[in-house]
Design a protein around this ligand. Structure first.
Ligand SMILES: *Cc1c(COP(=O)(O)O)cnc(C)c1O
Length: 465
C-alpha cells in the first residue's frame, strides 16, 4: 500500500484515534461567546498514530530536498543547511522568547541582531541593516521605499523612475511597481552585461536610481560597475543592489565598495537557512551611512523572522572570518568546473568565466530528425530526476529559449559534482541517440509529467469528498 496515494482524509475510519486531548474544563468552554461556537464537530480525519506517521513520512520522501540530493537550482543558491543552525535555533532560551517581553529580559536576542548586523556590514560594506523584511522581494520593496524617502526628504519629488536591466530577476520590476516607481529598462550588450552606452541617455533628474545584481542573473560580473555607479550618482540617483546573488562575492568583493547605497541579502540563500515552498525567509536591508536615518521603515510585525536570523548568524560564526572568505571562490570554482566540463554537449551562449552560476541554451545535439522531435531543456530536467539529481533552473533567464541555469554552490564535494557531470553527459548522449527516452522521463518518479499550468492556475486546495 502506498500511503501517499490517499489523502489523510481518505485514510479516516470513524472512531479511530491517534491522540487524545484532556477534556476541556467546562468553564473554559462556557467563557466563549455562544455565537462563536460551531454547531457541529469539525470533520477532522480519524486516524491512528501509525497511519499519520506513515502518511507524512512517505509524503516527505516524495519530495526532493537539499538533504536528499544535489540541487543545482540556478538563482536559488540551494546550499546545505548545517544542522548546527537547527540546534541553536531550537535552544529553549531562544524558542521561548516572546516579542512583547520586557527589553531587559532579551539581551541575548539583541546581541544576535547586533552581532549579525556587524558581520553583514563587514561582508557587504554597508553601514547598518534592518532585519524586518521577510524575503528577498520584501527587502527590495523596503530598499526602494528607503530610496524614495531619501529623495522626498530632500524635496526631490520628481524622481519616480527606476532603471532595471533586461536581465534582472523578475522580482525587481515587480517590487519597483509595488513601490509606485516607473520602470525603465536598460539593455544588455552582447557579453550579457549592462550596456553603459544604453544607460547614459536614461539618466536625468527623474531617475530615483538603478537596481542591479552583480554578478548578474547570467552569473557574469558587471565589470563596468564603478563607471555605472559614478554616472548614476552624478545624475542624483542611488544604486540598489539585489544581494540574492551575493554568494560568489562573500569574502571577496563588497557591494559597498562597488558604489551601491542600498541592498538586501537573502539569508535563506547565501547564509544557509532553509528555503523553498515559500517557507520563512529573511531579506535584511543594508544601507550606506547617509541612508541610516531612513532605516526605520516598518514593513513587518515585531523584529522579522528571528529564528532565520539566528540560523544565519550561527552559520557565519561557525565558518569564522577565515573560512567565510572561501565561500565565494569555491562556489565560483565549482560553477566554472561544470561549465567547462559540459560545453561540448550543451550550448554555452556566453563562454566567459562565470561566477556562481551560468546558463546553457539547450543541447548541442538534441537528436531531432525526420518525424522525431528533439529533446528539450524540460526533457533534460525531467531525465535528471531518474538519476537522483534535482533539475537546474529551466527557461530562466528569458534571454535564451532553452535556458538551463546551473548553480552548484560551494557545499558540494568534487565527487558529487563529477557524478552530476557524468549524468549530464549521459543524458546528452541519450538525447542524440534516442530522444524518446528523454521525452518520457522521469521513468522512476511517483508523478511524471503533471500539467503544470493547470496545477498552478486551478490548484485544488480543499478536500472534497
Ligand atoms: C531569489 C531571488 C530574489 C527573490 O527572493 P525571495 O526571497 O524569493 O523573495 C530576488 N532576486 C534574485 C536575483 C533572486 O535570485
Amino acid at each position: 500500500m502506498k500511503y501517499y496515494d490517499k489523502l489523510i482524509f481518505e485514510l479516516s475510519k470513524p472512531g479511530r484515534t491517534g491522540y487524545s486531548l484532556p477534556a476541556p474544563e467546562s468553564s473554559s468552554v462556557s467563557s466563549i461567546d455562544a455565537n462563536l461556537l460551531r454547531a457541529s464537530a469539525p470533520q477532522l480525519p480519524e486516524v491512528s498514530e501509525i497511519d499519520v506517521v506513515r502518511h507524512y513520512t512517505n509524503l516527505s520522501q516524495m519530495n526532493f530536498g537539499v538533504d536528499t540530493g544535489f540541487y543545482p537550482l540556478g538563482s536559488c543558491t540551494m546550499k546545505y543547511n548545517p544542522k548546527i543552525n537547527e540546534e541553536i535555533a531550537s535552544l529553549p532560551s531562544f524558542l521561548g522568547l516572546h516579542p512583547l517581553q520586557p527589553d531587559d529580559t532579551v539581551s541575548g536576542a539583541k546581541a544576535v541582531y547586533e552581532g549579525l548586523d556587524s558581520a553583514l556590514a563587514a561582508i557587504t560594506g554597508m553601514r547598518h541593516f534592518t532585519f524586518l523584511p521577510c524575503a528577498g522581494a520584501h527587502g527590495e520593496l523596503t530598499g526602494l521605499m528607503i530610496i524614495r524617502s531619501y529623495h522626498m526628504s530632500r524635496g526631490d519629488t520628481r524622481r519616480t523612475k527606476i532603471i532595471v536591466p533586461d536581465s534582472a530577476h523578475g522580482t525587481n520590476p515587480a517590487s519597483a511597481a509595488v513601490c509606485g516607481l516607473e520602470i525603465v529598462e536598460v539593455k544588455s550588450n552582447a557579453d550579457g552585461l549592462v550596456d553603459v552606452n544604453d544607460l547614459k541617455p536614461l539618466l536625468d533628474d527623474t531617475i530615483a536610481g538603478i537596481m542591479m545584481t552583480n554578478p548578474n542573473t547570467l552569473g557574469l560580473f558587471e565589470r563596468d560597475i564603478k563607471e555605472i555607479a559614478r554616472l548614476v550618482h552624478e545624475a542624483g540617483g542611488l544604486l540598489y543592489y539585489d544581494g540574492a546573488n551575493m554568494n560568489p562575492l562573500v569574502g571577496t568583493v563588497r557591494p559597498g565598495d562597488m558604489g551601491f547605497d542600498v541592498m538586501h541579502l537573502n539569508l535563506h540563500k547565501t547564509f544557509s537557512t532553509p528555503h523553498g515552498g515559500g517557507g520563512p525567509g529573511s531579506g535584511p536591508v543594508g544601507v550606506c551611512e547617509k541612508l541610516v536615518p531612513f532605516l526605520g521603515v516598518r514593513v513587518s510585525g515585531f523584529h522579522g523572522n528571528f529564528s532565520v536570523i539566528l540560523r544565519a548568524y550561527t552559520y557565519i560564526l561557525m565558518l569564522g572570518r577565515q573560512n567565510v572568505k572561501m565561500v565565494g571562490p569555491l562556489a565560483t570554482l565549482n560553477a566554472n568546473y561544470i561549465k567547462e566540463s559540459l560545453k561540448d554537449k550543451y550550448k554555452l551562449p556566453i563562454p566567459s568565466v562565470c561566477k556562481h552560476e551560468f546558463v546553457y541554451d539547450g543541447l548541442i545535439d538534441d537528436g531531432a530528425r525526420e518525424g522525431v522531435p528533439g529533446a528539450t531543456t524540460l526533457d533534460v530536467a525531467k531525465r535528471l530526476l531518474d538519476f537522483g539529481f534535482h533539475a537546474p533552473t529551466i527557461y530562466f533567464p528569458l534571454l535564451f529559449h532553452q535556458a538551463l541555469m546551473i548553480e552548484p554552490t560551494e557545499t558540494e564535494s568534487k565527487e558529487t559534482i563529477d557524478e552530476f557531470i557524468e549524468v549530464m553527459r549521459r543524458i546528452a548522449d541519450e538525447a542524440a541517440e534516442n530522444p524518446d527516452i528523454l521525452h518520457q522521463a522521469p521513468h522512476n518518479a511517483p508523478i511524471t509529467r503533471p500539467d503544470e499550468t493547470t496545477a498552478a492556475r486551478n490548484p485544488i486546495l480543499r478536500y472534497q469528498a
